[in-house]
Design a protein around this ligand. Structure first.
Ligand code: HOZ
Length: 432
């Protein structure tokens, strides 16, 4: 029963557009009403009515050690005693910057901001200033925050809710963005040949995770690196989701590719609002006050987010962390795949590390065109049946499942058993 959630949602709708502060949360794509949560502990979430869920959203990625991790909570309590924001330099910024530069190979200098959206919009401005060019290339179905120039054919909520284009974005801005299919290297090679001299940057999620998880084809990222270098186009990896998740050094470590700029967020802040962009020194030195590209923020580098981030990144350096995450993720992926097979459900599980999506599709998706036909209605009934049985997933077919280090094997096995039971029921009642 979700009595209190229902009451809160009613009230929220009177006060907040759609009752939520970020669209996908409203459950519009799966039907029904969102749950309101009271607290989290480890891999578990508790709603305001006292129901318990195994959580695979994990705040959309930041909580790689689970909810309310004691080390982070302790650090935040200490940090708060010293003041929450100075609007002036503090030593923790330097320490977090050091950890980022040491961890991420493509980053020689880094600037902290407050969200992934801020990071991508700043990276775009910087790339345009650095190259003196205006065009931006992005991939259909990739999501880079709600930046005007990057909402064109975007993933995440835009794909989930089927919003064709957002009013309020001037046509002249949208025209500066060229959109290509993800994983189609030839399309980019052709475009670069024709218009390379006009293109400032190419921004891509190295592993697409906002149209569901779609791994890069072999050679795709290498090809992007080669072609962008040839045409002096700034290559931006949006690692807001993949950063510190797929490896300490993110997707660029996993695939051994050094982009010119990288955007970060999520895990970097240990669960507090944060973003960052960084890259080659030559480019980053154009940022004010060293250079002429303006970008600023009162809460940027605030000690709470910095200190939580430092604790997070230091823990991620411990040996065996990523192997453990991989083992848990592999266990879940294998179990879900088997559950779908047993039930005769046409489904495909895509995965890179601890990011995965169970697509209700007959073939592996490789881009938005092949992901979009996934049976979102079937996903909606799967989602609700899992939820009733205590499993909380993103309320959209086109988002990732996030596995954390707080998930236990027992919780993963319980999730698989629940999926098996759920998918079997769905087989007997196809579209209930
Ligand atoms: N854009 C996020 C999913 N890719 C959703 C953010 C939220 O609702 O918190």
């Amino acid at each position: 029963m979700a009595t209190l959630s229902r009451k809160l949602f009613e009230k929220a709708r009177e006060l907040i557009p759609g009752g939520v502060n970020s669209p996908v949360r409203a459950f519009k794509a799966v039907g029904g009403e969102p749950l309101f949560f009271a607290r989290g502990a480890g891999a578990l979430l508790y709603d305001v009515d006292g129901n318990e869920y195994i959580d695979y959203v994990m705040s959309w990625g930041p909580l790689i050690f689970g909810h309310a991790q004691p080390e982070i909570v302790r650090e935040l309590q200490e940090a708060a005693k010293d003041g929450t924001s100075f609007g002036a330099p503090n030593p923790h910024e330097v320490e977090l910057a050091r950890l980022v530069v040491e961890s991420v190979s493509g980053i020689e200098k880094v600037r902290m901001v407050n969200s992934g959206t801020e990071a991508t919009l700043s990276a775009l401005r910087l790339a345009r200033a650095f190259t003196g060019r205006e065009l931006v290339v992005k991939m259909e179905g990739c999501y880079h925050g709600h930046v005007d120039a990057l909402l064109v054919k975007a993933g995440s909520g835009v794909a989930t809710l089927g919003i064709p284009g957002t009013p309020g974005i001037p046509a002249r801005v949208a025209e500066q963005t060229l959109v290509l299919p993800y994983n189609d290297l030839d399309a980019f090679a052709r475009l670069a040949k024709e218009r390379g001299r006009e293109i400032a940057c190419l921004i891509v999620e190295p592993v697409a995770a906002n149209m569901g998880v779609i791994p890069p084809r072999r050679g795709y990222l290498e090809g992007l690196r080669e072609i962008t270098a040839k045409h002096d186009i700034v290559l931006i990896f949006d690692e807001v989701i993949t950063g510190f998740r797929l490896a300490l050094g993110g997707a660029q470590e996993l695939y051994r590719i050094s982009p010119d700029l990288t955007t970060l967020g999520k895990i970097l802040g240990g669960g507090l609002p944060i973003g960052a962009y960084g890259g080659r020194e030559e480019i980053m030195d154009r940022v004010a006050p060293e250079g002429d590209v303006y970008q600023a923020g009162t809460l940027a580098g605030n000690p709470l987010a910095m200190r939580a981030g430092i604790v997070m990144l230091k823990q991620l350096r411990q040996p065996g962390i990523y192997a453990k995450l991989e083992a848990l993720s592999e266990r879940l992926a294998r179990g879900l795949t088997a559950a779908a097979e047993e039930a005769g459900t046409p489904a495909r599980l895509t995965r890179v590390g601890s990011l995965m999506t169970l697509f209700f599709l007959g073939a592996d998706p490789t881009d938005w065109t092949t992901a979009a036909p996934a049976d979102a209605k079937r996903f909606g009934s799967y989602f609700h049946r899992m939820l009733e049985r205590g499993i909380y997933q993103a309320p959209s077919q086109f988002e990732a499942l996030f596995v954390s280090l707080a998930h236990t094997e027992e919780q993963i096995d319980r999730t698989i058993a629940t999926a098996r039971e759920t998918l079997k029921t769905m087989r007997w009642a196809p579209e209930a």
